[in-house]
Design a protein around this ligand. Sequence first.
Ligand code: SAH
Length: 218
Amino acid sequence: MDRAELIQHLRREGVTDERVLSTMQKVRRELFVPSQSEHLAYADRPLPIGEGQTISQPFIVALMTQALRLTPEMKVLEIGTGSGYQTAILAHLSAYVVSLDRRKLLADRARLRLSALSYVNVEVHHADGALGWPPEAPYDAIIVTAGSPRVPEKLVEQMANHGRLVIPVGSLRFQSLRLVEKQNGQVQISDLGACRFVPLVGEGAWQEDIDDTEYWGV
Ligand code: SAH
């Protein structure tokens, strides 16, 4: 598949948000995968990015981004920078993105890659995202791209009023995608379907002593 074919595929799979589709048509996923996987960049599947982590499947990227209903003035928090691909998509659709990864190597690589691609409205920090990033809270949208046993409380606290949060919640191997919406201090949670992510490791999520490198590709 090439980029245009992937977009057609995403439409057939039910992605309807034109802004998300046209952004995914613009961003070159092959720049975010290791060179040996470049030929698979437009297959609708996750791919290994080193350190036992993965770049998410394009359909899931589209589904999660669509669920956030981003507009150009919004401030976004992303947890799980990984390759930086999802970060780039968010940067096109919002005003500013704060992105966190607990793996220094991945955070450093993604920061370099995004700045080489001239993304100026992104900051990448090496940090435990389960705690959020209080200095710039509240956020209009929060996206977590690693699977959590629960919705971390700190993230709900850092949502703006009318904010939206998408996060995979479940066991280490299987999760369902939850959409959390905050309206006048009340929180509503809905289910967007099944998914599989590598674990979110940190305070308020999976414990540090699990081996988070054994989950991709299972
Ligand atoms: N959106 C990324 C997905 C990367 S995989 C992409 O498409 O490339 C999930 C990432 O979450 C990994 O890089 C992992 O290091 C990171 N992660 C896991 N737990 C975390 C935590 N508590 N805080 C920040 N990042 C975390």
